[in-house]
Write a protein that binds this ligand. Structure first.
Ligand code: C2E
Ligand code: SIN
Ligand code: SIN
Ligand code: FE
Ligand code: FE
Length: 408
């Protein structure tokens, strides 16, 4: 929206973005798309989205063209903090009033305003926040879903200035249209977490944080591989959206395994382990009536996450997953194992190794990195391990965000 501002084109862009949001399933890819479209329209250099949760404003997504190279940006989205819903912060004020809040210079806010600018991020990062556009995101029932904050509007010459008046007029349309997609993205994760809680009642190792970490590791490993392979952005985001959720369901088949085996405090006998292996097939059965690409990937991951790159994994070739006498078959190898499952194998084992289990202690990351690298080419696809080792900074940010709750 600069000198060549055109209302028709702007409204068309917003409607197209809204339509495209409906093809996404995961809340992270949905927030990524909303922020990107809002920044395209306004020329904003940076932005973040806060979502309402438990009466607070949870920092949920961020983009910053000046500060973040891709990998750092991927780590920054896992920053874990929340603002209280009070009018002394800019975001809190926009949330409470429900109105667009325009600021031309964050360092020149009049002392009479109830809110003030928190300089701590600028001080830590060396960034200079100037103009701001704060947009409440409201549902069709006028319920507050969150706040989008756009920072530093740039003109065609790249100079930072105030946000143009057209942005103030049109961006609330984008923000409010996006609310439906955001709510759907949140519900998708919550439904999956609840489904996995049923498995967790059986297997206390498959906790909410474990499930979230494996989903996030898979999204980031895939993103790194896709960048290295030169996969186009659109396909990268589509696949990332799917794997973030499908990987959360990798062990959903454990609901079908008896308590005595799953909760056994010590080593398993061969017979017991043979039964555990069936969690792959039982998980796959849940997605057999595939109605979407997401179902298809969920099925691939559930069935194949224990296959190994050089063979020796399970369940191998199973001609009929519905057969009562289904038996492990000849293991799959190499690229016959779906990419999603090869990625999930690395993510799942890394998380198992660095977590406490009834049969083992948590290991430090460094020891787990060594296992992954030793087993690259035998257990794991070497390309996946290489991508994983490229992003250990992001991996640590994910571990910090999704920590195990203390047990009682
Ligand atoms: P899980 O605990 O989520 O482990 C997932 C995978 O991480 C394992 O697949 C294995 O490849 C890897 N892993 C876990 N712990 C270790 C470890 O200490 N060292 C090494 N090198 N790799 C490890 P796997 O072996 O197919 O096991 C599948 C599931 O079977 C496990 O999921 C767990 O629920 C159960 N399980 C496996 N071994 C035992 C055991 O000795 N005792 C009990 N109670 N359960 C076990
Ligand atoms: C590729 O095109 O090489 C892989 C992209 C994908 O995983 O779909
Ligand atoms: C795929 O996307 O599954 C094909 C590429 C690969 O398996 O590496
Ligand atoms: Fe498993
Ligand atoms: Fe697992």
């Amino acid at each position: 929206m600069g000198n060549d501002f055109c209302p028709d084109a702007t409204v068309r862009t917003i409607l197209k973005a809204t339509e495209e949001l409906n093809t996404l399933n995961d809340v992270d890819t949905i927030l990524d798309k909303i922020l990107w479209e809002a920044r395209q329209l306004s020329g904003a250099d940076a932005g973040s989205i806060f979502l309402v949760k438990d009466g607070q404003l949870n920092f949920s997504y961020v983009q910053n063209d000046t500060l973040f190279q891709t990998d750092e940006s991927n780590a920054a989205i896992y920053t874990d903090f929340a603002l209280p819903m009070t009018e002394d912060s800019i975001v809190g004020y926009a949330a409470l009033t429900g109105e667009t809040l325009v600021i031309d210079d964050a360092y020149e806010i009049e002392a009479t305003k109830p809110y003030s600018f928190n300089k701590s991020f600028d001080e830590k990062s060396g960034y200079r926040t100037t103009s701001m556009l704060n947009l409440p995101i409201k549902s069709h029932e006028n319920k507050l879903v969150g706040v989008m904050q756009l920072i530093n509007a740039r003109n065609r010459q790249g100079e930072v200035g105030p946000f143009p008046a057209e942005c103030v007029t049109y961006l609330p349309l984008l923000a409010n249209n996006a609310s439906v997609a955001i709510q759907r993205g949140i519900i998708n994760r919550e439904l999956i977490l609840r489904m996995m809680q049923m498995a967790e009642m059986r297997d206390p190792t498959e906790t909410g944080p474990h499930v979230q970490r494996v989903g996030a590791y898979c999204a980031e490993i895939y993103h790194r591989m896709a960048t290295k392979r030169g996969v186009c952005i659109k396909e990268t985001k589509r696949y990332r959206d799917h794997i973030r959720l499908a990987a959360m369901l990798h062990d959903v088949g454990k609901v079908g395994i008896s308590d005595t085996i799953l909760k056994k405090p010590g080593k398993l006998t061969n017979e017991e382990f043979a039964i555990i292996k069936m969690h792959t097939v039982m998980g796959a059965r849940l997605f057999k009536n595939q109605t979407s690409d997401l179902d298809h990937m969920s099925m691939e991951i559930a069935l194949r996450h224990h296959e190994k790159w050089a063979g020796n994994g399970y369940p191998g070739n199973v001609p009929d997953i519905w057969s009562d006498s289904v038996q492990p078959g000849t293991p799959l190898t190499g690229k016959a194992i779906p990419l999603s499952a090869r990625i999930c194998a690395v993510a799942d084992v890394f998380d198992a190794l660095t977590s406490h289990r009834s049969y083992k202690d948590a290991w430090p990351n460094e020891k787990a990195y060594m296992i992954l690298q030793d087993d690259a080419g035998t257990h794991f696809d070497p390309e996946v391990v290489e991508a994983f080792m490229d992003i250990t900074g992001v991996i640590k940010a994910i571990q910090a965000k999704y920590q195990e709750q203390p047990h009682d």
